[in-house]
Design a protein around this ligand. Structure first.
Ligand SMILES: [Zn+2]
Ligand SMILES: [Zn+2]
Length: 383
């Protein structure tokens, strides 16, 4: 123990941490501004991480575009970086360690947690990673403070893996969590509506679970990529051919489940028709409160087609997620198409909000991630 402590003091001195840093501050609807802010101070039970990469997530885009949360804030929660400072009471980690972060951690003890409804736990709803102001993720800054309760969410990034892969752990976790809610058997048919970065993660992870995926997207380029990501068949949802295809492929039964990875009510209505009796329809992208749609509830009651929702990540799946990503059985590098420097975070958000057909996952990268990227043949476009 004493040795570790001595070592951390030495390394602490070796890693120079400035007093101020650059951060992208949310100042109001669609207003992100690069500012100088103090580097967060940590308590004895916290850790300071130097950010290398942070993904642009649709949930943050919504907060920025619709002003759901009051300003000022520093967003960004799909973060990977290096531990550069540790409080004296922190054990189990070391300075210089490369890690992926999780900003939401459940208590594992409350009424919701023991029933595995982690995203409904009150501790989980608190954000434990911050670059200043009200904790909001902080990944669009040079440094973040990791609160004590979020330390179990740190995932070490192995030597052979990159910061970019570390930044993908959180979105992959949300997808795996939703898949685990489905009662699927190998060989089952699942419809995945929407082949954006999340839809493609569903397609690939389901294929890795021996599920036959029917992937839909109106964009031809997305359909092509879905094929490369393991979709058994790809379809334009607007072509009108899907009912017949599903009928043929499932011998008239209907698909076993549908995942709606696009905020389309029409996709939900269609899924209600195309899922077999007793199957499941999982809403993944309907995150905007206050929208309603008429539904035939007898489909849920009499035909037993369950309508379920899945939101955010499942802390208990972290190890499995790390294995899929770091083994590259799920090669997330193929999903990352664009990288932006911190100063251009606003443009990164715009591209992710209105992607070109070839744009998939967009990340904000900083010096440490850039140093690695130059050695990686699967380089995303630098913007
Ligand atoms: Zn996210
Ligand atoms: Zn809890």
């Amino acid at each position: 123990m004493r040795f570790v402590y001595m070592e951390s003091i030495e390394r602490d001195m070796a890693i120079k941490i400035p007093k101020v840093m650059r951060a992208v501050v949310y100042r109001g609807i669609n207003h992100l501004q690069v500012e100088q802010v103090p580097v967060p101070r940590i308590t004895r039970s916290e850790v300071l991480v130097k950010v290398a990469a942070c993904g642009v997530c649709p949930t943050d885009i919504k907060k920025i575009q619709y002003g759901i949360l009051e300003a000022p804030r520093i967003f960004g929660h799909e973060t990977a970086g290096t531990i550069v400072k540790m409080g004296a009471g922190v054990t189990g980690w070391r300075l210089g360690q490369r890690v992926g972060l999780h900003h939401h951690i459940p208590c594992l003890k409350c009424h919701a947690c023991v029933r595995r409804a982690f995203a409904q736990c009150s501790l989980y709803k608190k954000t434990g990673i911050s670059a200043g102001f009200k904790p909001s993720g902080g990944g669009y800054a040079e440094y973040v403070r990791v609160s004590a309760f979020c330390l179990p969410g740190l995932v070490p990034i192995p030597k052979a893996s990159t910061f970019l892969e570390g930044a993908m752990l959180e979105p992959v976790n949300t997808v795996l969590k939703a898949i685990k809610l489905l009662t699927l058997l190998p060989g089952d048919h699942v419809l995945v509506a929407g082949q954006g970065p999340i839809g493609l993660l569903f397609t690939k992870l389901l294929q890795l679970h021996q599920i036959r995926v029917l992937a839909t997207d109106p964009l031809e380029e997305r359909r092509k990529i879905a094929k490369q990501f393991g979709a058994l068949s790809v379809h334009d949802p607007l072509s009108g051919s899907l009912p017949e295809v599903i009928h043929r492929m499932t011998r008239g039964r209907g698909v076993d489940a549908a995942i709606i990875a696009v905020p389309s009510d029409e996709a939900v209505h269609q899924a209600q028709q195309w899922v077999r009796g007793g199957g499941q329809i999982c809403l993944f992208a309907h995150t905007r409160a206050g929208t309603t749609t008429p539904l035939d509830l007898s489909i849920t009651c009499v035909q037993e087609k369950q309508l379920i929702g899945s939101y955010s990540s499942d802390f208990t799946l972290q190890k499995e997620v790390a294995q899929w990503v770091f083994s590259r059985a799920l090669d997330v590098r193929k999903l990352i198409t664009h990288r932006f420097p911190l100063e251009k975070t606003s443009e990164a958000v715009q591209l992710a909000a209105c992607p070109s057909p070839s744009a998939l996952k967009v990340l904000v990268t900083q010096a440490d991630a850039e140093a690695e990227i130059n050695q990686d043949p699967l380089k995303p476009t630098r913007c």
